[in-house]
Design a protein. Structure first.
Length: 46
């Protein structure tokens, strides 16, 4: 497997807002191929 194939998803500099509230700000994330990945919020839900 080449390094380019190691990740199923790779995001760079992602920002997301809901209304005026910032949810993500300039986030980089790599999700490995064949793995289960979750994103948890401060309240423990995700």
């Amino acid at each position: 497997m080449s390094p380019d194939d190691a990740y199923a998803v790779e995001l760079k500099g992602v920002s997301f807002k809901r209304g005026t509230r910032s949810i993500f700000n300039n986030v980089d994330i790599r999700i490995p191929r064949g793995k289960v990945t979750g994103i948890m919020g401060p309240s423990g839900c995700g």
